[in-house]
Design a binder for this molecule. Structure first.
Ligand SMILES: Cc1cc2nc3c(=O)[nH]c(=O)nc-3n(C[C@H](O)[C@H](O)[C@H](O)COP(=O)(O)OP(=O)(O)OC[C@H]3O[C@@H](n4cnc5c(N)ncnc54)[C@H](O)[C@@H]3O)c2cc1C
Length: 443
């Protein structure tokens, strides 16, 4: 890159792709960043990257919520971090509209754009879905769900109404991919563990229902291990309903397509993801599945100076012609590396390289000491898979600082058992103060 070039690289999203792209650019462009020839900005509503594979463990109380996120400003000291959302992309004019957390929106100019805005839950127009439904993609959702499950045990223990009790102790998860199965398995394990502290709740009183529209669970680990997972979940007393859809959940009354009806207080929706809505707010090309049309070199098709990767991008899978890379961290983290390298190649006038990675399978935690894995053709189940799940994710969670904290959490949980207290009050911290103000007014 010539000394006269001043380039502003703008990254929309500070998740897997955004953070790892910025990290690699920070490492490889140290000199250019120091002498001001390159400036990098990451925009994200949060000041941290979430390590999503650890959300089920955070929900289960094995990991502190703070330890499953990486603080962007600490990881990326040479990068400018802006908190807020990008609401429009005008790539022809090389600007994005940025809405900060507070105050007026403004346009920000750039030379190179990276779209790394990830995905949101893909929902269907099901009546009452939002009455009791919650997603499982963010730390906030994972912790709210944990509080909700534990709170429902408190409700069931304290009521004398059998209907209220049954409703409180019924939990539904819709979608049996890794997010749904891991969330269900970890939460069920935690709830079962917690019942020891309740006088009137036996583990068998708590009902867990997994609803899946297809005829299999956990496709990420292949048919054989998926079948084993299904048997394992059923042995644990979890009702797994395959080839079944949620028809409605109005006011918490759940109706399934197989005719089953029951009341529940909690429904977790993990039936797939779709690209973040920002991808269609502007002039970027979109494919038939609503993803950013991306080339094998991770450039945005038909554009110059624009790149995309991760859940928001439709990246052709060169190892499987005609297919696209699945939206998972395995691809996201590897794509980020190639994407950053290609930005540097482009800045230096060099040839860009293709993204090539053959999916190697997956590991999943199914609660304490239980797991399933199919990686590089090695199939493991039970304790061995659980150990592999923990070791693998420990090796992948960003920063040494987080790795040490995660090990410390696991070690503490080994000796003192996990925390099983609901801190739902934290979701409404001003309620107590408001009640005090109201009571003082009445006097
Ligand atoms: C519970 C769970 C468990 C998972 N487990 C696994 C696993 O075991 N293995 C695996 O391979 N994958 C797993 N995944 C999938 C994996 O986490 C995702 O594929 C990966 O995070 C995608 O990376 P990304 O950078 O595209 O998106 P993300 O990591 O989601 O990052 C997107 C970022 O963009 C930000 N953003 C969105 N819109 C805007 C906007 N308009 N302006 C600015 N910023 C914006 C978001 O706040 C977010 O920080 C799991 C996912 C979940 C939910």
């Amino acid at each position: 890159m010539g000394p006269q070039v001043n380039k502003h690289i703008l990254i929309v999203g500070g998740g897997y792709v955004g953070m790892y792209t910025a990290l690699r650019l920070q490492r490889r462009l140290g000199k250019e960043l120091r002498d001001g020839r390159v400036h990098i900005t990451v925009i994200d509503p949060n000041s941290y990257m979430t390590y999503q594979p650890f959300l089920p463990e955070a929900a289960a109380g094995n990991l502190s919520p703070r330890h499953v996120v990486a603080p962007l400003r600490r990881v990326l000291p040479k990068v400018e971090i802006l908190n807020g959302v990008v609401t429009k992309v005008n790539h022809a004019g090389r600007t994005v509209t940025f809405a900060p957390g507070e105050g007026e929106a403004r346009d920000i100019s750039y030379d190179v754009l990276v779209m790394a805005a990830g995905s949101i839950s893909r929902t269907l127009p099901i009546p009452g879905l939002t009455d009791i439904g919650i997603g499982f993609k963010t730390v906030g959702e994972a912790i709210a769900l944990r509080n909700r499950v534990l709170h429902q045990l408190d409700v069931a223990e304290s009521t004398e109404d059998p209907e209220v009790r049954r409703r409180a102790l019924t939990f539904v998860v819709v979608g049996a991919g890794f997010a749904g199965v891991e969330a269900l398995a970890e939460l069920e394990d935690m709830a079962k563990d917690s019942t020891r502290y309740y006088r009137n709740i036996k583990p068998s009183d708590v009902r867990w229902v997994l609803v899946e529209a297809t005829n299999r669970v956990l496709p990420e680990v292949g048919p054989e291990m998926g079948k084993w997972t299904l048997e394992q979940l059923r042995e644990r007393g979890i009702e797994v309903k395959l080839e079944t859809r949620l028809e409605s959940a109005t006011g918490g009354h759940v109706v399934l397509s197989d005719g089953t009806e029951f009341d529940a207080e909690t429904l977790v929706w993990t039936a797939g993801v779709k690209p973040s809505p920002i991808v269609t707010e502007g002039d970027l090309p979109i494919d038939e599945r609503g993803r950013i049309k991306t080339t094998t070199k991770l450039t945005i098709a038909g554009t110059k100076d624009a790149y995309a990767a991760g859940d928001a991008a439709g990246v052709p899978d060169v190892t499987n012609p005609g297919q696209f890379c699945a939206p998972n961290a395995q691809h996201a983290v590897r794509q980020a590396k190639v994407l950053a390298d290609n930005i540097i190649h482009a800045l230096r006038g060099e040839q860009l390289v293709e993204y090539r990675h053959k999916y190697v399978g997956s590991v999943a935690g199914l609660g304490l000491h239980q797991g399933v894995a199919n990686v590089y053709g090695i199939k493991l189940r039970g304790l061995a898979a659980w150990f592999m799940h923990r070791t693998y994710h420990l090796s992948r969670v960003p920063t040494l600082n987080r790795k040490v904290r995660v090990v410390a959490d696991w070690t503490l949980a080994l000796f003192f058992k996990r925390e099983t207290v609901s801190l739902g009050e934290m979701e409404h911290p001003r309620d107590g103060f408001r009640a005090a103000v109201a009571s003082n007014r009445r006097r």
